[in-house]
Ligand binder design. Structure first.
Ligand SMILES: *Cc1c(COP(=O)(O)O)cnc(C)c1O
Length: 436
């Protein structure tokens, strides 16, 4: 056999010898869509180049963080300066205060915030805080929402409302998920029944307000309103997992979108990640002062991290947040994302392909079905062979979208009108194939 001239293939073979599946996070492996993952060589603006030096328009943006595009000069300069001042100290820095202040300024439901290194860590700590503050053990989540890979959250629904969840991963003992109740997203009746049964034992309800881990599914306003009311009524905390939506769908995050529809609306605890690190390992959780003062060293809820509030990561996050809080930033980003979504819809309609799409700020999702799904079961009815045709068709035409049909997409400030037009033109060619 002659050695491959495709460097992505060569690298993938080499990676598989030393890294399980050749990747350090499963979805990167292209298992859902088939084919060879693209190994990224470098990235700039709205593009990255693979190991064959082929350019792609990037709609993943590191799964959300790269809201300014790759290599934004101001962010690069901030990181370069930070690096020369020191990588990590294990002692507090002024920049951590600055980043905390910048986050709190835009998300008024939070009065205090703790910085950590990953969304998983932030979500896990938020649950510990909710349990510590309420003295209760049970937690509620929704099918299709991803909150990181902490043991208690790797769970699927049990056989009925009275039964709690079953682990979705080997290595998670049934006992560890016995306190996790999994419900259907956007199902008000089931929510009410579950609260009637378990509300008094519930520490928190955790939700992705716009679920980006089942592509793009919004919690309906009436559903969200009931989540808030029932949490308040039963003394459970409403935990907003905004790791993906935070500073991505609006400067005030998804909670500001719901506050427009529900006067006075706010969650109790907010979990952030992705954009607030600007591409560096950084995440956070926060809430009212009384709640956050339950955290060590002030309170009894333990939580810690060697690299928490890392000086290089905070420099990157801070520079990113300062750029995106400039006047007009989100208006321009939203317009661009909207034009992509509308362009795709028009192209699909022109070719007679069943298609629906939605977006908020710089986040979007689309489905090869005529109506937007409201829950995970419906998302999963999407025909995956057709999605795979779309994925590879776009990839062949230099457009990189998420390699799985249950993932959202992201537009950055670096995407130009021309990039969007090229993407829509590529999609139209693939829709033509799908229509046959
Ligand atoms: C990405 C994500 C996480 C996990 O964050 P990591 O940094 O990958 O650990 C948690 N919740 C949501 C909603 C996410 O999108």
């Amino acid at each position: 056999m002659t050695p491959s001239t495709d460097r992505n293939e060569t690298l993938f073979e080499r990676a598989k010898r030393v890294i399980p599946g050749g990747v350090n996070s499963p979805v990167r492996a292209f298992r859902a869509v088939g084919g060879t993952p693209r190994f990224v060589q470098r990235a700039q603006g709205a593009y990255f180049w693979d190991a064959n030096d082929r350019r792609y328009i990037d709609y993943i943006g590191s799964w959300g963080p790269m809201i300014l595009g790759h290599g934004h000069p101001t962010v690069v300069a901030a990181v370069q300066k930070a690096v020369t001042e020191g990588f990590s100290f294990g002692a507090p820095t002024e920049r951590e205060i600055e980043l905390a202040e910048e986050i709190l300024k835009h998300v008024p439901s939070m009065e205090m915030v703790r910085l950590v290194s990953s969304g998983t860590e932030a979500g896990m700590s938020a649950i510990r805080l909710a349990r510590g503050a309420t003295g209760r053990s049970k937690i509620m989540k929704f099918e299709g929402c991803y909150h990181g890979h902490a043991d208690a959250l790797l769970v699927k629904a049990g056989s009925g409302l009275a039964t709690f969840g079953n682990p979705t991963s080997a290595g998670v003992p049934a006992e560890v998920v016995q306190h996790t109740l999994v419900l259907e997203y956007n199902n008000v009746q089931q929510l009410e029944e579950a609260f009637a049964l378990h509300g008094k034992e519930l520490a928190c309800l955790m939700i992705e307000p716009i679920a980006g881990n089942m592509n793009f599914v919004r919690a309906s306003v009436p559903f969200m309103q009931r989540c808030r009311e029932l949490c308040t009524q039963y003394g459970a905390l409403l935990v907003f997992d905004e790791v993906m939506t935070g500073f991505r769908v609006a400067l005030g995050s998804a909670q500001s979108v719901y506050a427009q529809a529900i006067p006075g609306f706010k969650p109790d605890i907010t979990v952030l990640g992705k954009v607030i690190g600007g591409g560096m390992p950084l995440a956070a959780f926060g809430g009212p002062r009384t709640l956050m003062e339950q955290m060590a060293p002030l309170g009894p809820v333990y939580q810690a991290g060697t690299l928490s509030g890392n000086p290089v990561a905070t420099a990157c996050g801070l520079a990113t947040l300062r750029e995106i809080s400039k006047p007009g930033f989100f208006e321009a980003l939203s317009r661009k994302t909207r034009s992509l979504v509308e362009g795709l819809k028009t192209a699909a309609a022109a070719e007679g392909v069943a298609f629906s799409a939605d977006c908020q700020g710089g986040m979007f999702g689309f489905f090869l079905m005529s109506e937007l799904p409201q829950n995970y079961a419906t998302v999963m009815k999407t025909d995956s062979p057709r999605f795979n045709t779309l994925f590879h068709g776009l990839l062949d035409r230099g457009v990189y979208i998420a390699p799985a049909l249950y993932e959202a997409g992201f537009v950055s400030a670096a995407h130009s009108e021309e990039d969007i037009a090229q993407t829509v033109a590529a999609a139209r060619e693939v829709f033509k194939l799908l229509a046959k």
